[in-house]
Each structure stands twice: as C-alpha cells, then as structure tokens.
Design a binder for this molecule. Structure first.
Ligand code: FES
Length: 174
C-alpha cells in the first residue's frame, strides 16, 4: 500500500469510527430532553392555521392576495376553474403559492390565460396547475405551494407550505 492510499485509508477509518461514536451519543441526547417537553428531533416550528378567504370570495382566474405564514411573506390564492395538482374545494381547482420567485425573490405576476406565474427580474415561469413547477428560467426550485384546507363553512385556510420560501432558512420564523 502506497503512503497516500494508506493515509486515505486511515482517514476513512477515523470517519467511520467517529460516525459510530456520534450515533452512539444520540440516544443519550434524546434522553436528556425527556420529561422537559422539548423534542431534540424537531427542526421546524409548527405552521399556523390562517384563513385566507371564503370560497364565495374567489372568482375563477382572479388573484386573491394575502400573506402566510407571517406578514412578511406575500402569497396568492387562485381558483383556476379546472382540477389541478394539490387543488382543494369541490372542483379541486383552488391553489395558493408564494409570490416571491424562488430564484432571487422577485414579485411574481399571474397570467390567467396560461395559469402561469412570471418573474419580472430574470423571466422565470412557474406552472400554477402543476404544484408550482418551474417551466423555464434561472430558478432551480419550484415555487413554494401552500397546503390548504376548507372547512364546512367554505372558509379556506392555509396550514403549511411545500418548499422553502425565498430568503429563509425556515418557513416559520421563531
Ligand atoms: S428573481 Fe425571479 S427569475 Fe430571478
């Protein structure tokens, strides 16, 4: 075995042993939080449940602007008029998305004729019918989509987000 490959082998061995040691330490860390009500395994804060609109307020193809999960995060609720990916409501056609482009946070505009979002900064396009799928542009992520629920009274609530909001390390800030 050459000198270089022996060094590489020893380094790899140290990593494996180190990893095993770290894994051994995990149960004791979890143990330390027992009884404190704190989960050491949770990495995100819970999403709030916020009413965005009533179904009766929504008109096909028109944007209903709001914010979620806090005032600093603009979102848009839309009734598309046909069943779509993750759509809710009797026609499975109501969806909501962040209005901040996933590339560099440009404010998106919605075009009802193609059901797409367009960014004015570098021209990314996202598909509102396909869960915010990136169609074209410099963004590398799809558009974050809100998880929606509708109650018996026809009120539409945001209860979570699929994907990470632009500029954040976590969608819900402490
Ligand atoms: S900020 Fe939207 S494409 Fe760059």
């Amino acid at each position: 075995m050459s000198d270089v490959s022996r060094r590489h082998f020893l380094k790899l061995g140290a990593c494996v042993v180190g990893g095993a040691c770290a894994a051994d330490a995990l149960p004791s860390l979890t143990h330390a939080a027992e009884g404190s009500g704190i989960s050491t395994l949770r990495t995100t804060l819970p999403y709030p449940r916020i009413k965005l609109a009533s179904i009766g307020q929504l008109t096909t193809g028109h944007e209903h602007l709001s914010t979620y999960p806090d005032q600093a995060s603009p979102v848009v609720l839309i009734k598309l008029g046909r069943p779509v990916v993750n759509g809710v409501g009797p026609d499975r056609d109501i969806v909501a998305y962040s209005r901040r482009c996933s590339h560099m946070g440009g404010t998106l505009s919605f075009r009802p004729d193609s059901a797409t979002f367009h960014c004015p900064l570098h021209y990314a396009m996202f598909d509102a019918q396909k869960g915010g799928l990136l169609i074209i542009g410099q963004a590398t992520d799809n558009l974050p989509q809100l998880e929606l629920e509708i109650d018996a009274a026809g009120d539409v609530f945001a209860v979570g987000i699929r994907g990470l909001l632009y500029g954040r390390q976590a969608n819900v800030l402490a």
